[in-house]
Write a new protein. Structure first.
Length: 381
């Protein structure tokens, strides 16, 4: 099935992995890491996992929650003063090229960062007022400019929220803010914290916000679709689709700026180790990362935009909250997520079943990810 998608040029290549009861049942690579040079994709190819970074950052932030550094109702402004006074976007004045705003009546609470209900935006995904957001030079995900995480988050704090905190759901730079919260509360650079508290204990040897020079040749090329054909997602495409972001951010020093919402590079097996830790209730190979009850919080359906939906927002993930209405095979309490460059994962705690599919294309029109999940579940006995 995966090879068929490669042959039809729906994706350049893909790596899939399935883990049941802590054992790898399937791990294969198909297609190309680079089409032009005919470089094959391998099981240890490095991928831009983009928004799959969010769950890892969430776990890091929950470690500090467990240490009572904050609670879920703590005002964000008490940790990051730049968020003490916020505005909410009403409209964009095209003539004056300026935001029309009002003062926010509510304060952002920490729980709203985890569920994307804070009102914080992703500038590149805005429509109303987009020109104003772009003008502020906020780096959404992939740094090119030589600024610090502190400065980038201060720029973000200076633009209007999409809505009052807690009164809507807007996919935004919430986990990037959590990264800065970690820096402030812990004292270490965010990327260093992640290396020392997550990647090393979990033996995620190929995961990070930067790639060492001796591993650059393992980073997959990334593609887009132009005139119905696969083409490189190069700097010109970045400039069009993701202004203020750069394609080779992973060659920079991450201890100055690392963005927890979408900045990680990883492999299928590394991400599987991370997810298996969650299936195990916060522990892997004798290393405790989170408490079992804290892990359980991730898959609670905390915010639901549509009461008719079978899913809701957990802590940075989508959660199945009503399997009776869910027209897919996942169990109650299963959660999933994905990334901008056609990467995806799911965790089914009831079945102790984990699946990961990684490719490198945007936009991705293939049904590959959904079919991989369906076929994975159909193989369960």
């Amino acid at each position: 099935m995966i090879q068929g998608c490669v042959d039809r040029k729906e994706v350049p290549g893909a790596v899939g992995i399935l883990i049941k009861d802590g054992k790898i049942g399937y791990h294969k690579a198909f297609g190309w890491a680079d089409i032009e040079s005919k470089k094959p994709l391998k099981k240890d190819t490095l991928f831009r996992i983009a928004s799959m970074s969010k769950l890892i950052t969430t776990v890091a932030a929950l470690q500090l929650f467990e240490k009572a550094e904050y609670n879920m109702y703590t005002e964000l402004g008490s940790i990051l003063p730049e968020f003490k006074e916020q505005t909410v976007l009403e409209s964009w004045d095209g003539k004056k090229q300026a935001f029309v705003t009002q003062l926010a009546k509510k304060k952002i609470r920490m729980n709203q960062l985890f569920t994307h209900t804070s009102g914080i935006v992703y500038p590149i995904f805005t429509y109303k007022g987009r020109a104003g957001y772009m003008k502020e030079k906020i780096i959404d995900a992939w740094p090119g400019e030589d600024i610090s995480l502190e400065e980038n988050i201060k720029r973000l704090a200076g633009v209007p929220l999409a809505h009052e905190p807690g009164e809507g759901n807007t996919y935004g730079m919430n986990m990037d803010v959590l990264g800065r919260v970690i820096e402030v509360l812990d004292g270490r650079p965010f990327a260093k914290y992640m290396r020392e508290e997550l990647f090393r204990p979990l033996k995620m040897k190929d995961t990070g916000f930067a790639v060492p020079k001796n591993k650059w040749n393992r980073v997959s090329s990334v593609y887009t679709t132009k005139d119905g054909k696969l083409a490189l997602f190069d700097e010109s495409v970045f400039d069009e689709k993701a202004p203020n972001n750069k394609p080779e951010w992973w060659k920079r020093n991450p201890d100055k700026i690392a963005l927890g919402g979408a900045g990680l590079i990883s492999t299928a097996i590394d991400y599987a180790l991370f997810l298996q830790m969650l299936v195990n209730g916060g522990e892997l190979d004798g290393k405790r990362i989170l408490g079992r009850k804290t892990v359980n919080m991730i898959s609670r359906g905390i915010h639901q935009s549509n009461p008719e939906s079978s899913t809701a927002s957990g802590l940075s993930v989508s959660v199945v909250i009503n399997s009776e209405k869910h027209l897919h095979p996942e169990s109650q309490g299963s959660f999933n997520g994905g990334g901008y460059f056609y990467t995806s994962f799911w965790v089914d705690p009831k079945e102790k079943f984990v699946g990961i599919l990684l490719s490198q294309i945007n936009p991705g029109y293939s049904q590959l990810a959904g079919n991989f999940k369906l076929m994975g579940y159909s193989a369960l006995k």
